[in-house]
Ligand binder design. Structure first.
Ligand code: MTE
Length: 252
């Protein structure tokens, strides 16, 4: 990508991670409380190989890749971040989904001692997100373990987070401990909290306003002026086909 990268110092100090506080600077201040090592991921539901899998085994044998992606937050700001990770689809294939696996549900760690924001019911904890199977298998969908060539800092979702570059940032769930393959569309934290504002699909769409503000433009962190927001965050060529025939105003 030929767009300049967001400075690492911005990407690691201006964060949304409500389990570490609702202020943009809170996650960087509270990240030291999160123990991201050792870590394991519970895999359950419609898979031939369920279990509690240590992070190292979960990632092995996939080689790490660097991917420079735009991340567009629903709050109308964006960043360009070099992520390090592996395609989620590679991991899912190895878990051997059954024919009933239509969706993938994700959960963040639930532990108010490590994630003190969970002492307040800002959202219904644990943070939950989900993807349709074809979205999860799309080669753009990344399970990240690092950024800027280093291990992920706590405030960015150590040690394992999702990055779905054509969707609003809230789909990119942090500090994942559970992955469940299932037949039904999973409940998601933001949709449960404000269903009129946050849908399941959450595809970046300049034409569908958030009920309280427009999504037509965005401020790239570090820039003075705003720029137009691109459909699917600029990834339309790769992903628009996933939604052929769907009304994206209803399925926002
Ligand atoms: N994951 C969890 N567990 N909790 C959160 O509050 N915030 C989301 C997403 N993942 C969030 C989360 C939102 S709204 C955004 S914009 C991105 O994380 C921000 O990721 P970044 O801080 O690495 O830029």
């Amino acid at each position: 990508m030929d767009e300049p990268q967001t400075p690492e110092s911005d990407a690691t100090t201006y964060n949304n991670f409500y389990e570490m506080g609702t202020g943009k600077g809170d996650p960087a201040r509270n990240a030291h409380l999160l123990r991201s090592e050792p870590w394991s991921v519970t895999v359950e539901g419609e898979v031939a190989r369920p279990g509690v899998i240590p992070l190292e085994d979960f990632l092995r044998p996939h080689p790490l890749e660097e991917r420079i992606y735009r991340l567009r937050c629903v709050e109308a700001w964006s960043m360009v971040i070099p992520w390090v990770g592996i395609p989620l689809g590679d991991v899912i294939r190895r878990l051997e989904p059954t024919s009933k696996a239509k969706y993938v549900a994700f959960e963040t760690l639930l532990d108010p001692e490590q994630l003190p924001g969970q002492k307040r019911r800002v959202l219904d904890w644990p943070y939950r997100e989900g993807l349709r199977m074809d979205e999860a298998m799309n080669p753009l969908t990344l399970l990240a373990v690092g950024m800027y060539g280093r291990t992920l800092p706590g405030q960015n979702g150590a040690p394992l987070r999702l990055v779905v570059p054509w969707k609003y940032g809230f789909k990119s769930i942090k500090s994942i401990v559970r992955i469940r393959l299932q037949e039904e569309e999973p409940a998601t934290s933001w949709n449960l909290s404000a269903p009129r504002e946050y849908g399941f699909y959450a595809n970046v769409n300049p034409e569908v306003s958030h009920p309280r503000w427009s999504q037509a433009r965005e401020r790239r962190i570090g820039d003075w002026s705003k720029r137009p927001t691109l459909p699917f965050n600029g990834y339309a060529e790769q992903v628009a086909g996933l939604y052929a025939g769907m009304d994206l105003r209803r399925n926002f």
